[in-house]
Design a protein around this ligand. Sequence first.
Ligand code: GLA
Length: 387
Amino acid sequence: MESTELARKFTSMFGGQPAIFSAPGRVNLIGEHTDYNDGFVMPSAIGMRTAVAISRSSEAKLRIHSQDFRQSFEFDSDNLPQQATGAWCDYVLGIAVALQQSGHAPKGANLFVQSEIPIGAGLSSSAAIEVASALALLSLNNASLPLEEVARLCQRTENTFIGARVGIMDQFVSCLGKAGHALLLDCRSLDFEFIPIPGTVKLVICNTMVKHQHAGGEYNRRREECEEGVRILSKWYPGIRALRDISIDQLVQHSQDIPPTIYKRCRHVVEENRRVRDAAACLRAGDLNGFGRLMRESHRSLRDLYEVSCRELDIMAEVAEGIPGYYGGRMTGGGFGGCTLNLVAAKNATAFAEQISSRYQQAVGIKPAVYICSADDGARLESSART
Ligand code: GLA
């Protein structure tokens, strides 16, 4: 992303010189729908970023402009709306409200947002705008919070202000991702480890270009089903707090005591946690075929047990099979549309992208977008304000 160009646009809109912060989108290698079950995930930040240019304003106003929506909003800083407005600016506004509540919000600020992350594709454009805005707003107060805290604040904002009951994965990796690495995160303790991704592979992200409308409601329903599973299982295991605390043997023992749908959801989560740890071992050992096998298993489980895939994602996963250089792949993110992630030998990545694109288009009738990515760094200051 070109900082000089963004600074120029900022200056022509607001005057003055901004500081610029950016935060990346993410792709999840494995560990889907485990974060809100206190489990394990393994995302990477990617090279598509959202940048927020900011400067202090002498008026008590919060002004937010989006280059992509070509739209501006203005709020009275002393009287920020305490509820979402329903517009894209809620991601910035919600962060400003959360920072105000914790005594970190500046009085007046001008913000100019520009993003490279496709919206609604499941690549966490919302986490990126939240994180970049949080760092930008904090900088005006000369305040700094540990990045783990920034991630939590952004997740809280998404839960309470936006109303999406998401887990911590997206915000965490947008804050702390590291180029060339996957981030193995324990979503209960927030302990994490960076595992190098060999330079011989690329993360090829294939966007189905569909997003099914019911996605948000189904997401919240899956969470409730997992919570119901914990309530039922705690009759036999009173100490458990989340599905994280259950082993596959314990679950299987009670397969007859749990309604079939709830059982399937629990089974996915418990086995997916196992897969993340196995996948981490594969990556540490450089076993890309083993990693790819686990990705395929994860996809099948999301399709058949957790039921968050869709026809287009299944087709995208199927048509990848047999293309040279393909180690494995799966749907990534919340599901019901969005993207698959494919682990592909770097030397085959361009040809893979072409082939999967034409196979998918032939099967579905929609031209997909394919992005050849590598793991990138988390949020950062792009340029300080020149005075
Ligand atoms: C969305 C949420 C994440 C996570 C994934 C599913 O991306 O934002 O917290 O729950 O879905 O793994």
